[in-house]
Structures are given as C-alpha cells and as structure tokens.
Design a protein. Sequence first.
Length: 403
Amino acid sequence: MNKIPECPIHPVSIKLIRSGHPWITADSFSNRFPRQSSFIVAADERRRPLALLLHDPFHKNVKARVWSTRAPFEREAQHFTASVQARLDLAFEKRDKQKEISERENYYLTFGEADQLPGLFILRLKDRVLIQFYTAFWNRYKSIIQTTIQEIYPEILDENIWFQLRGETKELQKLPKNESDPNRRDEFHLQEFGLQYLIRLGSSYDIGLYTDMSSIRHTLQDLIAQDSKVLNLYSYTGAFSLWAMKLGASEVVSVDLSPKYIEWLQQNIGLNPELKSEQHEAMTMSADEALGSLKGQNRKFDLIICDPPSSSSDGEKRTSAIKSYKELLKKMDAVLSSEGKMVIFLNTHQVNAQKFERTIQDYLKELNLKYKLGLKLSLSQDCPTLKGFPEGNYLKGIVLEKL
Ligand SMILES: C[S@@+](CC[C@H](N)C(=O)[O-])C[C@H]1O[C@@H](n2cnc3c(N)ncnc32)[C@H](O)[C@@H]1O
C-alpha cells in the first residue's frame, strides 16, 4: 500500500473530530486533499496524526468520513478489510440480539456512522438486502460487504442483494440495481407487525416503506385506541394508516398529494384481507386542502399523524416543514376532537429536538391553543444515533395532547 498522505484539516474540523463528529465537509483544507487517494490521515494543528479518513472527493459536501482515531493509521489502513468485516459482524450481532425487531421483516443491519461504518447503510428486507452507499468510497468494497453478509446470512442469494448509491449529489441519486441480472424480481411483499407491504426496489428511489420509522410505529400503538378516528397527513404508502386500521381504528383518512403513493397505499390495504377497507378514505390532495375540506364537513379525529417532507414547494416558493407547522397546527386543531392527540414529526437534522419543541410551544402560545407536550419520539432500536453527530439524528416527533 502506498503511503497515506497526511493532510492538515480545518481547525473547526479538528474540534469536531475531537468531540466525536465523524465528517469533514468541503472547505479550503479538504478541497486540497489529493484526489487519487482513498485514505487520508488528518493532521491536527501541530501536524500530529489525528484520524484516518475515508476520502470521497466527488461528494459535494462531505469530503471525508472518520474511520479511526486510533493510531498508528498506516496499520489501521492495512487492516481495513478485516476491520470492515469485524464492524459488520458486530452490527449484525447487535440486531440479532434485539428482540424488538423480531416482529418485522424490515430492519437496518447497519446504520452508518452510528455503527462505525460511515456512510454505509444496510437494510434487511425479508429475504433481501439493500446496501446503500452515501459515499462512493464504498464502491470498491462491494464484494467484501456482500461476502460478509452472506457468510452470516447464507440464506440471502446473490440475486437478492441490491446496491444503491444515495446522497446529496445527483450522481448518487441512483436506483438500486445489479447489472448482472436484468430479470430479477424487484417487487415483493414483506411483513411488519403482522401487516403486509408492497416493496419496489427497482422502480423508485423510495422503496415504499420507511424502516427508520418502524420502531416509532410500534410505539404509537399505545395512542391508537379501539374505535378511534385517525387522520394520517402526508401518508405516503400508508404505513401509519394500515397500522391504525389493524389496531382497531374505526375510521382512517389518509392524505397525500401524490396519486402514485395513494394507489400504492390502496394496494397495501388490499394485501391485508383482515383490514376493513370500507373504514378507510383516501384524499389525493394537499394536506392544506384536505384540512380545509374536513373542517367544512365538520369532521373530528381522535388522533392526527402529521409527517411532512422537510421542505416543500407550491411551485413558487419553498417552505420548510418547521415554518409550515404554525398554519398546520391551527388547521389540525380545528379537526381534532376534545382530548384528541396529534403526533407531529420533523424530518431534518437542521433543527434539533429542543429547537423543534420550543418552536412548537411558541406557535401554540401565539395561536392560543392549549396542549400538553407528551411523549417525544426519535430514532431508536435498529437505527442508533451518535453523540456529537446531529446529522445522524434527523428524525424527531412530539405527541401533543389537547387540553
Ligand atoms: C416523509 S413522506 C411521509 C412518510 C409517511 N408518513 C410514512 O411514515 O410512510 C412525505 C409524503 O408527503 C407527500 N406530500 C408532499 N407534499 C405534500 C402536501 N403538501 N400535502 C400532502 N402530501 C404531501 C409526499 O408525496 C410523501 O408521500
């Protein structure tokens, strides 16, 4: 192996690495890392080796990710393959021990940085595995990753392993594919908490079910009482709607702007004959429009679930979810029964849980709405988070109880 270049990094990056943050973002230092080198040794202010980095010169924003802060780094790099295998084994073992995830066929086998595998997310989807690279660094380790998975899970066949490049840059926004087998089945069903869902690996960037929300879905069962009326805003393919129906809700209304996702949701209901489809109503329109229409009909719900995209556009201007919550709270309140509850989510690392909570409290005050802040929701179980790394802790939810 060639000698790994030692490069100075930005003073802020030095501080961040010391506090456990695993990213080096684009700046005048990282933009000068030698492009051909896949590993870089970051040097501190006194030019002492600080960390071994995985380099990704093509990434728009995250130029390198910390692999190790334990010197000697030349040796760490020489043993890289063995370390990848060991970290994968450890992550898989952790999931095998988690009883909570045994009720679902979808869970994360690795969750990137929080499993010490920066930018490497592996999803188990029934008898398949979807390997997501958030950095192109991992491209050259495809076969090591695949072999390690199949050593531990020999039931996973070659044709059921999918690779997907994801990330901020357009080049990384690719569909999962495996060139070797054009006839592979990309559509299948999997089970979560006794419900079947249609998964599509090959047709869209989104596969039809958010696994990072699974543990939260499970938690929400305590809020869905028999015969409750549930409104699911920004429903996507309906995971919360099906779950509410399964738990005995007497009426479930799902709202999504996308006809494609509403159709997918209907297909998901069809996959579960025990669900009473006549108790479900789909509204293919904006949440705003649906809330207006439901208010006009004088409808009331016991539980409203609201999970908007982090920002959305009406064709003219972009609005962030956090900003749109003021208007949303007012409109949701108008269709929430007395003593009803709302579960509101925010899906961005740019606003932390405390800021989200404070902003919501301020809005409630301004709107003169009386609510108690209840349970806080966040990533958990198979989706761990890392202290000092807010980017990995993007999902937050609050239960609001009407007083
Ligand atoms: C983050 S996903 C919701 C995921 C879903 N709650 C789940 O758990 O599976 C956001 C969804 O909002 C929909 N959407 C975006 N803008 C919307 C709007 N203004 N009104 C209603 N739905 C919208 C998108 O089509 C997408 O399905």
